[in-house]
Design a binder for this molecule. Structure first.
Ligand code: ZN
Length: 261
């Protein structure tokens, strides 16, 4: 089996599923090993229909807990349990979400001692570097959830450690996964020096993103997390990004698309 690195966009919608797109989940394959980034519903079905064996999922990372990014997690864990996973699973969640998520699992009767595998919940905090053989993941806070800063304060939650981008180094390749952003300029620093940038297309216009990407040296961009209002004109989106000044390759992902890195 080749050790090539491939990015698989399982789900490419933003906010909610549409007729053509399911919620956000992205797989990074290296050979037969799969690392999942976000687990929007129906992520377990995407894995089942590709005949992914449960032990092939090596790690899971969640950018933030909005339901379109995390809503498939309980089903993913139940799927792993019922399909008799045995390998421990590192599941990385925003730091603030780890303890509440333990209660969510209990609510779903997914108790530790019936899983059949060790579910290793790990808090993600900005700047954290995850290291495993052949894989390094750096998390970078984004401003996507700043809009809730006051509400989070009133709820007694710290306002940090809620939303992240990831920079993934795997098999000698470097991939930027934007997660959800607060503003397009947040791509500039992390997308410089990567082989591929996978960027959300929901919280700014294609032109605003193209202007920001023009300040990076990323040679290739895959757009995903497409806001529903752009779907009717989606074929025009890559050209609009490029017309705003970005000179690299731009592709717009649809559910099921794979990109070799
Ligand atoms: Zn979000």
């Amino acid at each position: 089996m080749s050790d090539k690195v491939r990015v698989a966009v399982f789900g490419s919608s933003a906010g909610f599923p549409t007729k053509a797109r399911t919620n956000t989940s992205i797989g990074i394959w290296r050979g037969r090993d799969l690392h999942l980034f976000d687990a929007g519903e129906p992520v377990a079905w995407h894995l089942a229909r590709r005949e992914v064996a449960p032990d092939q999922v090596r790690s899971v990372f969640i950018t933030h807990m909005h339901a379109d990014h995390s809503g498939g997690l309980p089903m993913l864990i139940q799927w792993l349990q019922l399909n008799r996973r045995t390998r421990p699973l590192p599941l990385h969640l925003p730091g603030v979400a780890v303890e509440p998520f333990r209660r969510v699992l209990e609510m779903h009767y997914l108790f530790d001692d019936i899983l059949g595998f060790e579910l290793d919940l790990r808090p993600v905090r900005g700047g954290q570097v995850y290291e495993a053989p052949g894989l390094s993941v750096m998390a970078r806070e984004t401003r996507h959830l700043d809009v809730h800063a006051d509400r989070m304060e009133r709820a007694g939650k710290e306002s940090r450690n809620h939303a992240f981008s990831f920079i993934v180094t795997i098999g000698g390749k470097r991939i930027f996964l934007s997660g959800d952003l607060g503003q397009p300029s947040e791509v500039i620093a992390p997308a410089s020096g990567v082989d591929l940038a996978v960027v959300e297309m929901a919280h700014f216009t294609p032109e605003e993103l193209g202007e920001a990407l023009a300040h990076t040296e990323a040679p290739r961009v895959v757009l995903t997390h497409l806001i529903h209002t752009l779907e009717p004109v989606e074929d025009e989106v890559p050209a609009r990004v490029k017309a705003a000044g970005y000179t690299g390759e731009v592709r717009l992902a649809r559910d099921g698309d794979e990109f070799e890195v």
